[in-house]
Design a protein around this ligand. Structure first.
Ligand SMILES: CC(C)(COP(=O)(O)OP(=O)(O)OC[C@H]1O[C@@H](n2cnc3c(N)ncnc32)[C@H](O)[C@@H]1OP(=O)(O)O)[C@@H](O)C(=O)NCCC(=O)NCCS
Length: 163
């Protein structure tokens, strides 16, 4: 598996992959992730913002991707804003490979801690299990954050010295 920066030409494929996870409508994916991809491609995001894709060969399609960035309001904290794997490749280690790459890249840039926020809703149960499995600890919840009855769950892990 290869993990490398995303390519501009795969913008639509990356949004389609996000939709294929069932978490987003096409409009949501466009709104939440499309703008980020455009800003990244235009070089408009601050230093450290990055998106990487996992693929089986350099010219092959992305089977998963992630967008991550340093937190502007904290010292040496990186946020993973999105990680998703094509459902046909779930459970094959793609997510782990991407997360590990993100952690290494952040640590190499000076990160102390990675923070990942998600929801407490049923469709995110596998994601929560995935984070716990790979060394993240739940640090807290904010009730009714995303919507009434939909809490934010905050995970983090230290990566200091991991690079
Ligand atoms: C969460 C996600 C990124 C994990 O990626 P993945 O490539 O399936 O995970 P890996 O194969 O590297 O790791 C497997 C582990 O992750 C968990 N896991 C998450 N989703 C899984 C799935 N669909 N099938 C099997 N295991 C899954 C399990 O804990 C599993 O460990 P186990 O085999 O011991 O049970 C992926 O399931 C996904 O894209 N989900 C939809 C999008 C999403 O929820 N993103 C997070 C938004 S906050």
């Amino acid at each position: 598996m290869i993990i490398e920066p995303i390519q501009e030409r795969e913008r639509q494929a990356l949004l389609s992959l996000a939709v294929s996870t069932g978490l987003f409508t096409p409009a949501d994916a466009e709104g939440l992730l499309g703008g980020v991809l455009d800003s990244l491609a235009a070089g408009e995001l601050p230093v450290g913002h990055a998106a990487v894709a996992c693929r089986e060969s350099h010219d092959g399609p992305a089977v998963g991707w992630s967008y991550f960035a340093p937190d502007p309001y904290a010292e040496k904290i990186w946020n993973v804003w999105w990680i998703g794997v094509s459902p046909s490749h779930h459970g094959e280690g793609v997510g782990q490979a991407i997360l590990s790459h993100v952690e290494q890249a952040a640590a190499a840039s000076g990160a102390r801690v990675i923070v990942i926020e998600t929801s407490d809703q049923a469709p995110l149960a596998r994601a929560r299990k995935f984070y716990l499995k790979f060394g993240y600890e739940e640090r807290g919840r904010i009730p009714d954050f995303y919507a009434e009855g939909d809490s934010k769950v905050i995970f983090s892990r230290s990566v200091a010295g991991a690079a």
